[in-house]
Structure formats: structure tokens, C-alpha cells
Ligand binder design. Structure first.
Ligand code: GLC
Length: 611
């Protein structure tokens, strides 16, 4: 009696036919191949890897910027990933348009013979900040002031929902940098100046990814920038971190250990150097410490054109490509020169200067995360999450985070909280009525910008909404029109948006002339002056502070400015604690807890209301 051939043989033959391109449609795909989600992840990855050509493997290791590829390129070059750089958005910049863009690119990837889904990365570092209408949460320095890891996990989860609604499945966040010098333009991307704070706040990884990858609205997290980006001499962005290995490990490594324990799926390498050697080419730090010693099993991505910096010359060379890949970088963020990168890496492999084993290891790492994320089963946008983008629930969470992040540094004669009753309040300052200024960098565009750049509530609007019907709120940006009839004057001042090296402040770190003039105008009226400082870091204000009746560090609160008013009016007591030491003078930089210097306000300082 003929026994029907075993199911496995039939399915295997079908798989061979399909995968040889002569078989039925994808939907007829047998369940025995790497597409069978009942199989263990490792098994699926090995089966897929065994079918891949060198071109397909190198395609998985290449990440162009979306503006520099066509759908045909994605299919033809077997590209495995794309990114949106800061502000690289579809037109119109709406959540639906993002989802359509993502699905278009994904379909192009699935059109290649092996149908390997691409993974798409964005910087959603304080909400899905490239997208107009998304909820913009406080930047990390404010979240560090909350000392609330569970809140930060919730923010990660909310961000993952908004990101998922637009199709995107990979977030280049969190930055787990330990900011040691406030001159650094990325200080606001740090949760704080001691490793314990970013380590505690690595809960955002769990928020983004879920307790395991692949759940609903699970987005791959990125622990960045490995390692020592916040410790450069002079706070120079992309500069040199001159520390012993013991100091580097003590100060800058713990947050990455915490993120790895939480299962962070990717790590991004820092542009900076360690004792003069660019980390993008550092075998000991990447292969040795990160992968072997810490056991990191996810994949490592370079920063944007990061491998170009290894030799200190513009552009990348074959030597830089092989150095970076052999040092342990698995995927290269090569926004425009991606064709030349593919050719170069292929030549290095064929010449035997990059072992095939290294290429296979990189692919195993990348494909494992794609399988774990469920991209093979659910490659297209889950549009159920579109409705979460900028939702009332997420904005309420952001408002809660804003309130918790406020740090009260001075409150002379308890001028705060403000009276919600029939008080007359005067509001002034360039940051009072400006969503762009209160959100900071990485908002809609890479650098961010002043003005009504996205829907939200300005700090002024928050004050007006809270003051109550019988209260009177008068606003004048420069303070003109104030007189002695007001109970109090609120000056919302500080920095305007910047990102990365554009925010480095090698010189003075005080308030600008406009802010000083505005505050002086208010003071001249004799009305108590409450300064609300919207900035990405401590500023040099000690000479001015005695003239102020109160000071509230508001950091970069994002779209939900009402959270600031919640604290100003005592609806929420201030509970924030400084995540960074506040200098007495710019000459003290870098100034950190325990360094023996005398700060204006120490790390951990923060007042509250007596009543
Ligand atoms: C930037 C940043 C990095 C970001 C990447 C992609 O230059 O250094 O934090 O994730 O490029 O935008």
C-alpha cells in the first residue's frame, strides 16, 4: 500500500519549488521553511541564512536614508533597512502618509525572492517627534528629574504605539548617555550625570519593546550611543572621551548593561572617540566588551555616516569599511553612499579581508530581531494604532510627565503656588507661547524650530486655562505693559531649539540679552518675578538669581505645557529633583556630584510647597 509520502517530503518539495521561483504564489508557501512561525527562531534564521547569497547578506547590513532610494532599489539591492533621518518625512507629514510610505517600502522589500521584510528606523526620542500631531514628551533630562522609572516605561509604551501606527518598527532610542559636561549640545538627551539615572530609566526599553519583542505595538529599541558620548573633553559633541578604562566602565557602561538586561534589541555606536580612537572602529569595545563580555546578542548599528570618521578624513574607504565590520558593527547607516558601501564590502569579503563568518554573524543578529519582531508574519502597518497618534490619553500622560519633571529651585516667601482665584498674572518671555521652543530639538525637524510647529498647549495657554474664569492673565513677550497691579509676573525664558553639535556651548552659558531685558522690565514694576527656565541644561544664572523671587527649571517639556501650569498653581506639587549639578559659574564646567566643587544647586536638589 502506498503510503503517501511523508508530509515533510511534500512540503520540502513545495518549498524548493516556491523558493526556486518556479513554484506557486507566496500564499501557497509551505510551512516548513523559514516562514514557518511555529519553528524556533534560531532554526528559521539558519534556514534563511542558508539560502542567502552574499549580495542578499550585504543588503541586510546596509541602511540608506529613505530619500536616497526608490522601491526598485530596495528590491534590486535586497536592502534590509531604511531610516528617516531627523525631519525626513513624507508629504504630507501625517500619520496616514507615514503608514502608506512604510508599506510601500515594505512591499518593495517583500518583492525580492526571499521576501525578507525590511526594518525601518526613526529617532522617536521624545515621542514620535518627526510626525506633526504626535505627542511630544519631555526630553530625557526632564524625565531624569522625575526619578520615576515606571512613568518612563509608560512613555516608552505610548511612544511605541504612535510609532507602530505609522508602520515604523525601530526606534533609535533611548539615548543612555551620561552627560558629564553641560556644554554638550546633547545634554538634554541624557537622563542625568550619574550612571544610576540612565540605568534606572532604561525601563523605556521595556516600554518600547514590550516585555518581549513581537507583541502588539512592539518596536525595537536602540541603546545609544555606545560608549562614552557624554564624557568628551570640553563637552564637545563627537569629541574625545579621555578616561582610563576603569573610569569609562564605571561611568558610561552601566546604562548599557541595564539596557541589555532589559533585552534592548540594538545598540548604536557613538561618533566620539575613546582616548583618541574612534569607537566606530573599536574591536575591544564592540566585539570584546559589548558582545563577548556583556553578551549583547542583538545587532549593532553605526551612527549616520559614522564609519566615515574612523580615519579622520571625509567619506569612507575600504579600510574603514572592513575596520568597522570586523570591529563588530553589523549594520551600517550609510544614508547616501549606500551603493558604494555595498560594492566596497563585497570586495572586502571576496578579498578575504572580511571573513564570511563575520557577515553571517551580522545577518544572524539582524534576522533574529526581524523574526522576533514578527515582521515576517506582520510586515505591514498595524493601522489600529493610527488613532493613538497624539491621542488625549497620551497627551494626558505627557502632561503628567511635564508636571513631575518640574524642579523648583527657589520660592522666596512662598510666592508659589499662584492664586487660582481672582489673581492678576502677567506672563512674558520668548518661551511662554512657543510650542517649538518648549519642545526643543528633534521636533518635526532635526534641529527643531521656534513657532507653532505642531499641535499642543503652550505654557502660556496652560496658565490661561488654569487661572480660572475670575483670574486675569496678561501676556506680553517682552514684558512691556506691566504695572504694579499684578500679583506676580511669570517670565518664561531660556534656550531656543538645537540638536547635536549645533547645541555645543564652548563659551558663555548665561541667558540671552532678550531674556535679561524682559526680566529686568518685569522687575522694574516691583511685581514678584517667577522665572520659568525652558532649557536643555543648567544655565549660568547665579548672578541673576538674587533678583528673582522664584525659579522653576522646566527643561524641554514638549507639547503639553499645561503640566507646567499644574505646578505653578499648585494643582501638582513640585517633586522634581535635579538630574544634573547646577553650576555656580560656567568656569566650573564640567561640574558633577562629588567632584569637590561648590555648585549653585547640588545634584538631587529640588523644593516643594509647604501647603
Ligand atoms: C544622528 C544621531 C543619532 C541618530 C542618527 C539617525 O546623527 O547621532 O542619535 O539616531 O543620526 O538620525
Amino acid at each position: 500500500m502506498h503510503r503517501s509520502p511523508p508530509r515533510s517530503l511534500v512540503l520540502g518539495l513545495m518549498a524548493a519549488l516556491v523558493l526556486s521561483g518556479t513554484g506557486g504564489s507566496a500564499t501557497a508557501e509551505p510551512t516548513i521553511s523559514y516562514l514557518d512561525d511555529r519553528r524556533p527562531v534560531h532554526d528559521r534564521v539558519e534556514r534563511l541564512l542558508a539560502r542567502m547569497s552574499l549580495d542578499e547578506k550585504i543588503g541586510q547590513m546596509t541602511q540608506p536614508e529613505r530619500q536616497n532610494v526608490t522601491s526598485e532599489d530596495i528590491t534590486r539591492y535586497r536592502l534590509g533597512s531604511l531610516l528617516s533621518g531627523g525631519g525626513s518625512v513624507p508629504t504630507p507629514n501625517t500619520p496616514e502618509s507615514w503608514a502608506d510610505m512604510y508599506d510601500g517600502f515594505q512591499r518593495a522589500a517583500l518583492a525580492a525572492p526571499l521576501r525578507i521584510p525590511l526594518i525601518y528606523g526613526v529617532d522617536a526620542v521624545h515621542g514620535h517627534n518627526n510626525v506633526v500631531g504626535a505627542t511630544i514628551f519631555p526630553h530625557n533630562i526632564g524625565l531624569g528629574a522625575t526619578r520615576d522609572p515606571e512613568l518612563v516605561r509608560r512613555i516608552g509604551a505610548a511612544t511605541a504605539e504612535e510609532v507602530s501606527g505609522t508602520g515604523v518598527d525601530w526606534n533609535f532610542a533611548p539615548c543612555l548617555c551620561v552627560a558629564r559636561n553641560d556644554r554638550w549640545g546633547r545634554t538634554y538627551e541624557s537622563f542625568g550625570e550619574i550612571p544610576e539615572l540612565p540605568s534606572q530609566m532604561s525601563t523605556v526599553v521595556t516600554g518600547l519593546q514590550g516585555r518581549r519583542l513581537g507583541g502588539p505595538a512592539s518596536v525595537l529599541a536602540t541603546a545609544k550611543h555606545y560608549v562614552g558620548d557624554g564624557g568628551t573633553t570640553g563637552g564637545k559633541d563627537q569629541g574625545d572621551t579621555q578616561l582610563s578604562e576603569a573610569e569609562l566602565r564605571k561611568i558610561h557602561l552601566p546604562p548599557f548593561q541595564a539596557a541589555i538586561r532589559r533585552g534592548a534589541g540594538s545598540v548604536m555606536i557613538t561618533y566620539s572617540s575613546w582616548n583618541g580612537v574612534k569607537v566606530h572602529g573599536h574591536d575591544h569595545l564592540i566585539n570584546g566588551v559589548l558582545k563577548r563580555e556583556l553578551g549583547f546578542s542583538g545587532f549593532v548599528i553605526s551612527d549616520y555616516n559614522g564609519i566615515d570618521q574612523i580615519d579622520g578624513q571625509p567619506g569612507f574607504t575600504p579600510a574603514e569599511v572592513r575596520t568597522a565590520i570586523n570591529a563588530g558593527i553589523d549594520m551600517v547607516m550609510v544614508p547616501s553612499e549606500w551603493r558604494r558601501f555595498i560594492e566596497t564590502l563585497k570586495a572586502e569579503v571576496e578579498a578575504g579581508r572580511v571573513p564570511m563568518a563575520r557577515i553571517d554573524d551580522a545577518n544572524r543578529r539582524i534576522l533574529t530581531k526581524k523574526v522576533e519582531l514578527g515582521l515576517f508574519e506582520r510586515p505591514l502597518t498595524d493601522r489600529r494604532y493610527l488613532r493613538t497618534v497624539g491621542s488625549a490619553q497620551h497627551r494626558a500622560l505627557a502632561r503628567e510627565a511635564v508636571a513631575e519633571s518640574q524642579v523648583l529651585l527657589k520660592n522666596q516667601r512662598n510666592v508659589l503656588p499662584l492664586d487660582r482665584g481672582n489673581g492678576k498674572i502677567f506672563v512674558a518671555g520668548k518661551n511662554a507661547d512657543d510650542i517649538g521652543n518648549q519642545s526643543g530639538g528633534w521636533t518635526i525637524t532635526w534641529q527643531g524650530s521656534s513657532g507653532p510647529i505642531t499641535p499642543g498647549t503652550t505654557i502660556l495657554e496652560g496658565i490661561e486655562q488654569t487661572a480660572g474664569k475670575s483670574g486675569t492673565v496678561t501676556y506680553s513677550r517682552d514684558g512691556s505693559g506691566i504695572d504694579g497691579s499684578y500679583e506676580a509676573a511669570v517670565a518664561v525664558v531660556g534656550e531656543t531649539p538645537y540638536a547635536e553639535f549645533f547645541g555645543d556651548r564652548p563659551g558663555a552659558m548665561g541667558l540671552d540679552a532678550e531674556d535679561l531685558a524682559t526680566i529686568e522690565r518685569l522687575r522694574a514694576s516691583g511685581v514678584p518675578v517667577i522665572v520659568v527656565l525652558v532649557s536643555g541644561r543648567p544655565l549660568d544664572i547665579s548672578a541673576e538669581l538674587p533678583k528673582w523671587n522664584a525659579l522653576l527649571a522646566s527643561w524641554l517639556p514638549g507639547t503639553e505645557g499645561r503640566g507646567v501650569a499644574d505646578v505653578l498653581f499648585g494643582i501638582r506639587k513640585p517633586t522634581g529633583k535635579l538630574p544634573v549639578t547646577w553650576m555656580n559659574s560656567v568656569s566650573q564646567q564640567p561640574i558633577n556630584r562629588g567632584d569637590g566643587q561648590d555648585p549653585l544647586f547640588p545634584f538631587g536638589y529640588g523644593l516643594t510647597y509647604r501647603r
